[in-house]
Design a protein around this ligand. Structure first.
Ligand SMILES: Nc1nc2c(ncn2[C@@H]2O[C@H](COP(=O)(O)OP(=O)(O)OP(=O)(O)O)[C@@H](O)[C@H]2O)c(=O)[nH]1
Length: 588
């Protein structure tokens, strides 16, 4: 057997509705907050992280390029002050680059990128560690450079002095030769000519030495400078071993050789200084290249990072746009769903649970008030409504009882006088328009006082009940208003029934009572209960009141009584059939 589902309370349902609404509101609210925070986070990430990353990466690239520029300048500085300034700038630039790398590490989420940034930090460390060495190398290079320049200058001055002195000596020899020629001192002249030639050769060789020494370049390749050195030394040796017979020229020779020698052979001669300058600046340049390479790598990394973050920003921006659209759509549909659910729950709980039952109850009450006993009651789907329906059922039951009380005679079960009057009044109102005739049958139990007196009131009551039952069960009485008129008097009214038919029915009624054969010792008619019947008929075109109609029926009854009882007396106001008045025709 299927168990009936217990009804829930509307109050509980409304509480549940409130709970669901709060839950729904909270769910939608929390989801919206969550989604908007997610969007906010993404936006923050885009603006604060990605954009900052691009800015720092761009600055990093710029700083790295500046550092490269410093390394280039450091390869060709001219003064020591400039060198020191450039080296300081180099250190500062590395510090700046390091700071930006650290900021980028903080901004970066990608582990590979972070690792790369750390690698660059390591190369910065190496580069900065090399700066003191670079300082030394550039200093040595510069000193060697200065030394070489100094020697060049020295050689230049010696060359000028040498050329001037030898030229003077040659001029003097020329003059001496001219004098000897004029004096025709041919032997001496020959000696002067020889001395002049020797000195001229010496000058020529010396000029060769100076020319070669001047070609030594600190910027040139060591191979070239070595060749120059060999060449110079060869010419120097030739100069040194140049034979000069003149004592004076020989002294001049020795003097100039002693001046030239330290510059070419000394501990820090022109070639050594040039090589030192070249080598030191070469090593410094290698170190500067390493620095420049590290900077270039950082610059390259920065530009790649910028591109990558730009692409990331583009993707994230697109994603953010899509997320924003999705968020708006989601919130819109959540709102629609929320409204729909609120409407649905309201409809279910308020419209269906309250308004519809109230209307149904109102209709049911209206029906009860209109005495429609079979009117449907509302369908209960909650406890409160169930209580209301139960009350309505009770009310309907009470209404039915009241109706019954107000219409039915308590003893006999026939209609009562009030109901009869009401129905007759209605019939009289309608008969004017519809019924051609309306007849009243009024009967009274004969000698009932004596019956009561002899058999008692209880038996009298039973007698009245049997009479009522017998009359009610007559086929002719079906659908007719049969009422207890008062005491032992009963009344019937028959619509659309003329006096003749009504009289026939009245006679059948009288016979029905006779048939009952209720013993009545004091009756003059076979010592059984009998009735006397008065019939009154009116036609529809006669305006008559209920009281008058009944009064006429009462007069007919009186006539029946007066005629010896157990008889009927038909009265018809508009007499069409005179035989109707002949009471004897109906006698049993
Ligand atoms: N048992 C009983 N008697 C009733 C009831 N109502 C009225 N009666 C009695 O009916 C009797 C009517 O008496 P009467 O008016 O003298 O009429 P009657 O004796 O029938 O005489 P007639 O009408 O001339 O034949 C009274 O004795 C009433 O007490 C009732 O409900 N039960």
């Amino acid at each position: 057997m299927r168990l009936k589902k217990p009804l829930g309370s509307l109050k509980d349902k409304l509480r549940l509705l409130l709970f669901i609404t709060i839950l729904l509101t909270l769910a939608i609210g929390l989801t919206s907050i969550g989604l908007s925070q997610n969007l906010q986070y993404k936006l923050d990430h885009l603006i604060n992280k990605d954009v900052s990353k691009i800015l720092y990466a761009l600055e990093l690239s710029k700083d790295s390029q500046e550092l490269e520029l410093i390394t280039v300048k450091l390869k060709s500085f001219s003064t020591d002050k400039q060198r020191v300034e450039l080296l300081n700038k180099l250190s500062e630039q590395w510090v700046e680059i390091e700071k930006k790398l650290l900021t980028l590490i903080n901004l970066e989420d990608d582990k590979t990128q972070i690792q790369q940034l750390h690698n660059h930090l390591d190369s910065i460390k190496l580069a900065t560690e090399q700066i003191p060495l670079l300082e030394q190398l550039t200093e040595i290079a510069q000193e060697a450079q200065i030394q070489a320049s100094h020697l060049h200058l020295n050689m230049n001055l010696i060359e000028k002095g040498f050329s001037r002195a030898i030229s003077n000596e040659l001029t003097q020899l020329d003059q001496m030769a001219n004098t000897q020629l004029s004096q025709q001192k041919y032997t001496q002249l020959q000696q002067s000519i020889d001395d002049h030639r020797e000195l001229s050769d010496f000058l020529h060789k010396g000029v060769q030495v100076f020319r070669l020494a001047a070609e030594v370049d600190e910027g040139a390749d060591n191979h070239i400078n070595n060749q120059l050195q060999r060449e110079t030394m060869r010419h120097y040796l030739a100069l040194k071993h140049h034979s000069i017979s003149s004592v004076t020229a020989s002294e001049i020779k020795q003097d100039w050789l002693s001046q030239i020698r330290p510059n070419l052979i000394g501990p820090s001669n022109l070639f050594i200084s040039s090589r030192d300058a070249l080598n030191s600046s070469r090593i410094a340049n290698v170190h500067l290249e390493i620095q420049a390479e590290a900077a270039a790598e950082i610059a390259l990394f920065s530009s790649v990072l910028v591109k990558r973050v730009e692409q990331q920003v583009e993707v994230e921006g697109r994603q953010l746009k899509n997320d924003s659209i999705a968020f708006v759509i989601l919130v819109f549909f959540a709102g629609v769903l929320y409204t729909f659910l609120i409407w649905l729950t309201n409809w279910h709980f308020i419209a269906k649970g309250i308004i519809q039952p109230v209307i149904a109850t109102s209709n049911a009450m209206q029906a009860i008030a209109n005495e429609k006993q079979n009117a449907p009651l509302p369908q209960a789907d909650n406890l409160e409504l169930q209580q209301m329906v139960t009350s309505l059922e009770t009310l309907r039951s009470y209404a039915a009882q009241v109706k019954s009380i107000s219409e039915i005679d308590g003893l006999t079960g026939a209609y009562n006088r009030r109901f009869f009057d009401h129905k007759l009044s209605q019939a009289l109102t309608s008969v004017v328009h519809l019924d051609p005739f309306i007849s009243i049958i009024l009967f009274d139990v004969d000698n009932f006082k004596q019956f009561n007196d002899r058999y008692g009131h209880v038996t009298g009551d039973q007698c009245l009940k049997r009479i009522t039952k017998a009359i009610k069960n007559m086929p002719e009485m079906q659908g007719q208003i049969f009422a207890r008129f008062g005491g032992e008097e009963f009344i019937v009214f028959l619509t659309s029934t003329d006096n003749r038919i009504a009289s026939l029915i009245a006679e059948l009624m009288r016979k029905e009572i006779v048939k009952l054969a209720i013993p009545h010792a004091d009756s003059l008619h076979q010592q059984i209960i009998t009735i006397s019947v008065g019939v009154n008929t009116i036609s529809s075109d006669i305006g008559i009141t209920v009281e008058e109609l009944i009064h006429q029926a009462d007069l007919a009854l009186y006539q029946a009584k007066a005629s010896g009882k157990n008889t009927i007396y038909p009265n018809y106001l508009e007499v069409q059939d005179p035989t109707c008045r002949k009471v004897t025709e109906f006698k049993a």
